[in-house]
Design a binder for this molecule. Structure first.
Ligand code: OGA
Ligand code: MN
Length: 280
């Protein structure tokens, strides 16, 4: 059986035409995973999941990321909001979501995917954009690919959050540095499938072994490349939507929204299934 899909733009994202009962039934899980891998983003309209339903659906697709260490809350559901009363510890980090990033770029095995449901929308802003970093890799000329494949990059939460807080307090710096230890990764992820993607985002501080001016210039060029309109899908949220992004092959960012907008999303994250770097 093949599910019906609508592709809003050519290179990324598919709307999958399944209803809530079909999603919860689990029968289409393997196919949804396959479409997610190929398209980077899949979404469903009018599903109106409760937290329990969203968790049950997530469990059909993979392993739900749980617990205090992973910061996803006890049951594996996390509220994404800028209202500090709702999510006191992490509201600050959500400022970082206004800039292109992948989640868990500080981990050896970054999350596979996140499942996000719209609860309260913002009157302005709050659209989420996704860039397909597999497609961006594929379209690079061969000689550039060969040069890039040798490079490693350092990811740091401080670099990302300095965009939101250009003059951080000592307390902020201390908290960012101890919560997220900077991580060196290959610039190019060779997945188990054999496909390759670029591992980028505004968390990238530098290219290892390259002088700062060259490193900054190359990173700017690569970010401009990956986020070209032809690799990007912008999701205009509607009430009842649920969307999944493949965190291993896309970057994402949110159109800024204000803390008093009320914007509230529920997120369930799936554990990664393969390390970003191959054992040497
Ligand atoms: C995230 C994130 C996007 C959004 O939850 O990791 O970047 O639209 N959120 O809130
Ligand atoms: Mn994110």
């Amino acid at each position: 059986m093949t599910v019906r899909t609508i592709d809003p733009v050519p290179r990324i994202a598919s709307q999958i035409l399944l209803d809530k009962a079909e999603l919860l039934g689990g029968r289409h899980a393997a196919e949804i995973r396959q479409i997610l891998d190929q398209r980077g983003v899949v979404f469903f309209r009018d599903v109106n999941f409760t937290d329990d339903e969203q968790l049950a659906f997530a469990a059909t697709l993979g392993t739900i990321r749980l617990g205090a260490i992973r910061k996803e809350g006890d049951r594996g559901i996390m509220t994404i909001t800028r209202n500090p009363d709702d999510n006191p510890r992490y509201a600050e980090y959500f400022h970082g979501t206004f800039h292109w990033h992948m989640d868990g770029s500080y981990e050896d095995i970054p999350p596979l995917a996140s499942i996000l449901s719209a609860r309260v929308l913002s009157a302005t802003g709050g659209q989420t954009e996704f860039a397909n970093s597999y497609a961006a890799w594929e379209d690079l000329p061969g000689d550039e690919k060969r040069a890039l494949e040798r490079l490693q990059v350092v990811h740091s939460m401080e670099t990302l959050l300095r965009l939101a807080f250009p003059e951080p307090s000592d307390e902020q710096l201390e908290s960012w540095r101890t919560s997220f230890i900077p991580k060196t990764h290959p610039l190019v992820w060779t997945h188990r499938s054999g496909r390759k993607s670029l591992v980028l985002g505004h968390s990238v501080t530098s290219i290892v072994g390259m002088a700062k001016p060259e490193s900054d210039a190359l990173l700017r060029k690569l970010m401009n490349w990956v986020t070209q309109p032809r690799f990007v899908y912008r999701h205009d949220w509607q009430p009842g939507d649920t969307l999944i992004w493949d965190n291993t092959g896309t970057l994402h960012r949110v159109e800024p929204y204000t803390a008093d907008s009320g914007r509230t999303m529920q997120r369930v994250t799936l554990d990664g299934e393969e390390p970003l770097a191959r054992a040497a």
